[in-house]
Design a protein around this ligand. Structure first.
Ligand SMILES: [Zn+2]
Length: 253
């Protein structure tokens, strides 16, 4: 079953890679097939008719032929829209690349994402509209943890289940521990209240209801270090796009 089937789908271009002399491989986040690589013949020829539809971070409705395990193709595109701020800003670009690379690692190749397509699309839209990309990234990172087999309990104390206490985060206990149980983990992360509050808030907030969100730079740095630590120790990913954010000094180290 490697015959390509005709298909219509929505998508956002993730990245493109030169292939042979005149062709491109374009990876698209699609609503029906998840992250999928497409072979675009003649795409590097001048005046290629689908050029506008295969630029990075362009969103469109595509018509193509999709194969489960062979090559997939794009034949036409309509309703092509650009995320202009992201396209023109290297920092926003770097954040969206990271979010996509992380989601690609979480879901794998050509696996339907279900409701996650709309979540990721909304994340891109919010970043393009000027909502703080560091915050949107944190929200996605916390939500994706479960797909990496890490499900931190951010709801209550993992030991006594109180919700009305001062909390810290314990990696070895897999979630929040309240002040009365801090002694169980000498390596708890020593988080301040605001950082804990935002970890909890981000794990529940609806991306479709965010209109503005302000977090101080100090708290953003704490959140960044906390998520780095969880991802380093419990997920163990080494993503190119994260290294780029760090090398560009967009992220604190
Ligand atoms: Zn407790």
């Amino acid at each position: 079953m490697s015959q390509a089937q005709p298909a219509e789908f929505a998508g956002i271009v993730f990245f493109r890679r030169n292939y042979r002399e005149r062709d491109l491989l374009v990876k698209i986040l699609t609503d029906r097939f998840g992250f999928k690589m497409f072979f675009i013949r003649g795409a590097r020829k001048r005046g290629f008719r689908l050029n506008a539809a295969i630029l990075p971070f362009v969103q469109a409705e595509y018509v193509g032929s999709v194969s489960e395990d062979g090559l997939s193709f794009i034949n036409a595109a309509k309703e092509v829209t650009q995320y202009r701020q992201i396209l023109n800003n290297i920092e926003l670009n770097a954040y969206v690349s990271y979010i996509f690379e992380l989601a690609n690692a979480a879901f794998g190749e050509a696996k339907p994402l279900g409701g996650w397509f709309k979540q990721l699309q909304q994340a891109v839209l919010l970043i393009d509209q000027g909502i703080d990309p560091a915050i949107i990234t944190n929200i996605i990172e916390i939500r994706l943890l479960t797909y990496f087999g890490v499900q931190p309990n951010l709801h209550d104390c993992v030991i006594c289940h109180r919700t009305d206490e001062v909390f810290d985060f314990s990696e070895s206990y897999g979630g929040l521990i309240c002040r009365r149980h801090w002694s169980v983990d000498p390596h708890r992360l020593q988080l301040d209240r605001r950082t804990v509050y935002f970890l909890q808030f981000f794990s529940q907030v609806d991306l479709f209801k965010i209109h503005s969100i302000k977090v101080s730079q100090t708290t953003k740095n704490h959140l960044r270090r906390t998520l780095n630590r969880i991802y380093d120790n419990q997920v163990g990913l080494k993503l190119k796009s994260r290294r780029f954010l760090e090398e560009m000094k967009i992220w604190p180290i």
